[in-house]
Design a protein around this ligand. Structure first.
Ligand code: UN1
Length: 513
């Protein structure tokens, strides 16, 4: 459509006959394999992209290795200055990039803008960080000795990102890695390559203006093969991968086999606990945003609602009445809150999970239809579902990347709800709604939530970039974004310096020659 053409023009998306980019150069693909990209929004073909092969991969790694030798010598605050410029450029492109995210991925425009805002925020964070890559100093046990530690750049960081956050999750990794002195090779999801092409153009503008070499920020458009190359490649000391637990296990095993570093951010099975002491209206709002926002396709999506029996019926009725009126449709249209699923495969996982959970004894309360007719031609629009279920059902134990909310009842103490919450394989995000301090503190205690994220009177999704983001168990254990997540992008070196004229040995060992 005209509107989307304009967006692509504004983002300078031209080079679609390239399979990779090293920042300044867009490489002609060596293979002739292409992939058509359809929008889940209207089912239309947006563009065809080229798929990188081993030759393209080798070219990118060669350029990245060269660039690393230069980039690591640039002082960290100067690297931060480049990221500041990237952040400023993202501010300029916020509207068109947010729109492209919305159109290619299917999240509503507001969330597309929110995602670009996350990129801007992480740029700001990284700029400050570029002057704060602190190590500790220690007191030596030996006279006239000094000890300290330094963080040095690591090398090439491979970033494998998922379709659901096609730009933000890359930026969390790339902007931190860049101020740390690393160079980045990005393999975006093959479902959302255009968002990646747009980001690569934005970064390239800044690189060009600053006379920086190619190879600092690299892009490879490809399928799982490219991820495999990176996972097995000793020239890539760190692979950061976001996506399914299945993918993460493959990447983690391959990287582990060569003793490289893997930063894994995988599936979640996030729950909100609503106790009898909750502010119910707040809990309802958080649940609806967490369960149907991004059409249930966030790793932090609220998948389970664990409700005290005393307020269970009231919550159930309120949710059903809200779900009846959910505005579902074109995510670019104002007022719409639920866009499409990414593709028809996702639609069949949704319908399959709903069928299976009902076979296990679950009761479908609302939703679960695949929409058709005007406005829904892509076949990817569904009505978000609520299912009364029990936590041990196989379907409830799995992450289905779609808007299904499992309603689970608990009775008695809050500990019973916490135990249900923790009784899954995943450990990403969790939340409690309660105004009772004893309940909320117990939830946060070391025998409380076992997740990487635990919130009080806030839902499971929509984390700020300032905290470390990630989770435990099958979520993979990685931490990205804020706090000290930067440390994984650097190598730590301990230095002991003798400024005396004797050579005492540690531990008082005598060794006279
Ligand atoms: C993801 O779904 O992969 O906390 C990331 C959130 C977002 C990030 C989600 N800030 O929901």
């Amino acid at each position: 459509t005209k509107e989307i053409k304009e967006v692509l023009d504004k983002l300078n998306i031209k080079e679609l006959n390239a399979a990779y980019s090293t920042g300044l150069v867009w490489g002609k693909p060596t293979s002739k394999v292409t992939k058509d990209i359809f929008s889940p929004t209207d089912g239309r073909l947006i563009a065809s992209v080229c798929i990188a092969d081993k030759n393209d991969y080798e070219e990118v790694i060669t350029q990245a290795e060269k660039a690393f030798k230069i980039w690591r010598k640039v002082p960290a605050p100067k690297r931060g200055e480049i990221i500041r410029q990237i952040g400023d450029r993202l501010r300029l492109y916020k509207a068109p990039l947010g729109k492209l995210v919305s159109y290619e991925m299917g999240k509503i425009y507001q969330e597309g803008l929110g995602e670009v805002q996350e990129m801007i925020d992480i740029c700001d964070f990284a700029v400050g960080l570029s002057r704060q890559l602190y190590g500790l100093t220690m007191h030596s046990e030996r006279a006239e000795h000094r000890m300290y530690e330094q963080y040095h750049p690591l090398g090439i960081v491979g970033v494998i990102s998922a379709f659901n956050f096609p730009v933000a999750v890359w930026s969390w990794n790339a902007m931190l890695a860049a101020v740390c002195g690393d160079v980045i090779v990005w393999k975006p999801s093959e479902k959302t390559p255009l968002c990646a092409v747009a980001c690569q153009h934005i970064v390239a503008e800044v690189l060009r203006e600053n006379n920086l070499p190619e190879g600092i920020f690299n892009l490879l458009i490809g399928d799982a093969e490219i991820g495999k190359f990176m996972a097995n490649d000793n020239r890539v000391p760190l692979v950061s991968a976001t996506g399914s637990t299945r993918m993460g296990k493959q990447v983690g095993q391959a990287v582990g086999a060569r003793l490289g570093r893997a930063l894994l951010e995988l599936g979640g099975n996030n729950a909100i606990i609503v106790t009898e002491n909750a502010n119910i209206e707040m809990a309802i709002r958080a649940t609806v945003f967490g369960a149907v926002g991004t059409c249930g396709q966030r790793c932090t999506t609220t998948r389970r609602l664990i409700v005290h029996e005393k307020i269970y019926d009231a919550i159930k009725e309120r949710l059903i009445s809200i779900y009846q009126k959910l505005p579902i449709g074109n995510p670019l249209k104002e007022g719409v809150l639920v866009g499409p699923l990414i593709d028809k495969e996702a639609v069949s996982s949704f319908t399959h999970a709903l069928k299976k959970v009902q076979e296990e004894g679950g009761k479908l309360l609302i939703g679960g239809q695949v929409l058709s007719g005007e406005g829904y031609e892509s076949g990817t629009y569904v009505t978000p579902a609520i299912v009364e279920a029990e936590n041990h059902y196989e379907t409830v134990q799995e992450e289905t990347f779609a808007p299904i909310l499992y309603l689970i009842k608990y009775s008695g103490e809050v500990q019973n709800a916490i135990d249900i919450q923790n009784a899954v394989k995943q450990g990403l995000s969790s939340a409690i709604f309660s105004t009772n301090l004893l309940e909320t503190e117990r939830f946060l205690s070391h025998w409380g939530s076992d997740c990487g994220i635990a919130n009080v009177n806030i839902g499971t999704s929509g984390a700020e970039i300032g905290g470390a983001f990630g989770g435990e168990k099958e979520t993979g254990g990685g931490r990205e974004s804020g706090s000290d997540a930067w440390k994984i992008y650097m190598r730590r070196q301990t230095n002991t310096i003798n400024y005396g004229t004797a050579l005492p040995l540690a531990q008082g060992i005598k060794f006279e020659v």
